[in-house]
Write a protein that binds this ligand. Sequence first.
Ligand code: ASP
Length: 371
Amino acid sequence: MKRTNDGGARRIVVISTGGTIASRWQGTGYAADASGNDVLATAPLPEGVTVEVVDLFNVNSSRMTAAHQLALLRTVHETFADPGVDGIVITHGTDTLEETAFLLDLHHSDSRPVVLTGAQRPFGTGDGDGPGNLYDALQVASTVSDLGVLVVFDGRVHAARGTVKTQTLAADAFSDPSAERLGRVGFSRVDIERQPERPTPLPLPAAAYKAAPGNTGPGAFPLPRVSVVTHHSDGDPFLLNAAVAAGARGIVLVATGAGNATPEIAAAVADAVAQGVLVAVTTRVPAGPLAEIYTGGGAVDLVAAGALLTGTLRAAQARIAVLATLLAEGGSGDPARSTALLRRLLDGPVRAEPALATGGSRSASAVAARA
Ligand code: ASP
């Protein structure tokens, strides 16, 4: 379906992927099943906007896979191959929206915007937030440029990088606990207050991973397993070692505090790294950067064991950074190259090192990542 308001001065493509914005009651609970056209029909169009809908898939986003996300990434690039398209809006479940948004952002080199949105309340309910969020997303997608991939929700405009789901049910579902939002949308205005920080975008990953339909030929490689393991009091390396034994090519260790675990876990990280596994360390704490402060199993030892600290990126997006690194390396498995690339994705743009309260040059580089 194509909908126009006022001559179609700005052409936006809406890619529908499911989520609560498309979810209806199934008798026992809600699940995504409304089409992109049905979802679009709930929202008014901003003036001067023409919309075309692509129904890519229809899933609750807790069921999202890397294969879905890569199909979406290719669809975004194919859509932008048409110079007449001015922007893209993606409707998506909120549960894993931050992961998809970040994967797209890491590969986004176009000045035209990609805007993800969704809803906390289901399709077709009188008090639903989907129509307003979709209207706002269309407004942003038809207005801004050079901001990379954005998340628009509850009148707020967020950068993909760093944004996480911070509310299970409330309408203001997203924020970056370590940074301000990029801007606001409402009353027919889009106000952008700052520029996002983005590393140089990656090229599209090679198509030669086995999840691509029919791709079983020589050179095809399986989508790499990237596992997340969380440290806690009483924690031991059991799950980390199990992930390596299951074939993980990347591991995100969700550490305590500013990036701390135990000497046993640091030893397990060293073993994993020696086997060519990429290890990134994030934290259970909602806000603030990782920092090399403590030994005795702390971030000092984890980094010495070969792990990379993730700046202010939290587990789900750190995992996407590791996945994107492995995909960019195309299964070639050169650990030194992978480590250098992952460091670039985690650090974002090169920035001056800030003065440190704790002192010590090792801490400086860790904090500089995204302080
Ligand atoms: N379960 C939903 C999902 O697909 C939640 C939502 O969209 O808000 O992520």
